[in-house]
Design a protein around this ligand. Structure first.
Ligand code: F0G
Length: 364
């Protein structure tokens, strides 16, 4: 097999005709994308009425989150434009992806992180990929403001999703879903933080619909953490809080684009509590074998919320007609945030190194 063939699997290689690729664009790729769309028999049965739920498992990208789809395009274009360095603000996953793709490109990466609020796995990634890690006294929104200011005066390319190449790369997840299902789903559920991803999915669904590759566009339903829900409340949240640190954002950069996606699609924005997020995270791992980080479980939590008759008056998710296909993107791998999993579910059975004792303990 030629090296060219081996490298033909990433987002740029697979979808180049829909991406801003020129003859001069290098492919800075780690074979990201083409992630599994996993049917969930249990969630389908819970919703019932012939509805089918599919999980788009973005945690299986090379750095463990959907950010790789956008970062391959952003870094490739930055290198094409002669950049020697890139910078981003992050709640953790963007910085991991930026650091990895910058390493691949052989250029410098600086990341601005809210001090003390980054899940351990993500921090470890930024370190090992060789990024310059700056921990600021402030939250993600402060970090993004600083990155914008630095980008205005310094010779450094911004690779946050305010860089349009990021959304272009991320829209390819919609293409994959349409290819795999043979059409768009009726609903697409996903977590919302800085609101780039919901906007990118909508770009992708809209583009393939206009090209006649799908008969319709899905209703886009975004879920914010209850303590970090600026779009839901339609106001900036000065001090966002949630255990789902990836979506601890009070002033999303793609707020307007997300609103367009939600309104044009006939979808909705809803909130889920930290408790609901953690319950959904543990449920998905222990019932379907899919381990995601807390933020990624927001869409799953949203499904459970929509089915709870006690919460009918609160929910925003539109009615799901019989036979609907529902895709739920789970955005990041569970190993990104091992501490939360350990705190929530980490109980061991202490035992002597003795067979009969172990058998007795296990039969309890
Ligand atoms: N899920 C995960 C695991 C994320 O890391 C993020 C965002 C989101 C969902 C929300 O996506 O921002 O496009 O609405 N993480 C960014 C970061 C902010 O810095 O890694 P969004």
């Amino acid at each position: 097999m030629s090296i060219r063939t081996l490298n033909d699997r990433g987002v740029l290689a697979r979808w180049k005709q829909y991406l801003p690729v020129t003859e001069r664009t290098p492919f800075i790729s780690l074979n990201e994308g083409s992630t599994p769309l996993i049917h969930s028999p249990k969630l389908s049965a819970i919703i019932g009425r012939d509805c089918q739920v599919f999980i788009k498992y973005e945690g299986l990208n090379p750095t463990g989150s959907f950010k790789d789809r956008g970062m391959t395009v952003a870094l490739s274009k930055a290198v094409e434009d002669g950049a020697q360095a890139v910078i981003c603000a992050s709640t953790g996953n963007t910085s991991a992806a930026a650091a990895a793709y910058a390493a691949r490109a052989g250029i410098t990466c600086a990341v601005l992180l809210p001090a003390g609020k980054i899940a351990f796995g993500k921090l470890a990634q930024a370190f090992i990929y060789g990024a310059k890690v700056v921990a600021i006294e402030g939250n993600f929104d402060d970090a993004l403001r600083l990155v914008r200011e630095i980008g205005e005066t310094e010779p450094i390319a911004i690779v946050n999703s305010i860089n349009p190449h990021r959304l272009q790369g991320q829209k390819t997840a919609s293409f994959e879903i349409i290819e795999e299902l043979g059409d768009a789903p009726e609903f697409h559920l996903l977590p919302v933080g800085n609101a780039g991803n919901i906007s990118a999915y909508w770009l992708g669904y809209d583009e393939f619909h206009r090209l006649g590759k799908s008969t319709h566009r899905p209703k886009m339903v975004g879920f914010q953490a209850a303590g970090s829900a600026p779009i839901f409340h339609n106001r900036i949240v000065e001090k966002p809080e949630t255990i789902a640190s990836a979506i601890r954002i009070g002033n999303p950069a793609s707020w307007e684009l997300a609103n367009t996606a939600i309104h044009e699609s006939g979808g909705a924005i809803d909130i889920v509590t930290d408790e609901e997020i953690l319950r959904a995270q543990a449920w998905l791992a222990s019932h379907e074998g899919i381990f995601v980080e807390p933020a990624s479980a927001a869409g799953i939590a949203g499904i459970f919320k929509s089915l709870d008759p006690q919460r009918a008056h609160e929910r925003r998710l539109p009615h799901i007609p019989d036979g609907s296909r529902i895709v739920c993107t789970v955005t990041g791998h569970g190993l990104k945030d091992p501490d939360v999993a350990k705190e929530q579910c980490g109980s061991v059975i202490p035992a002597k190194a003795d067979k009969s004792e172990i058998v007795r303990l296990l039969s309890k």
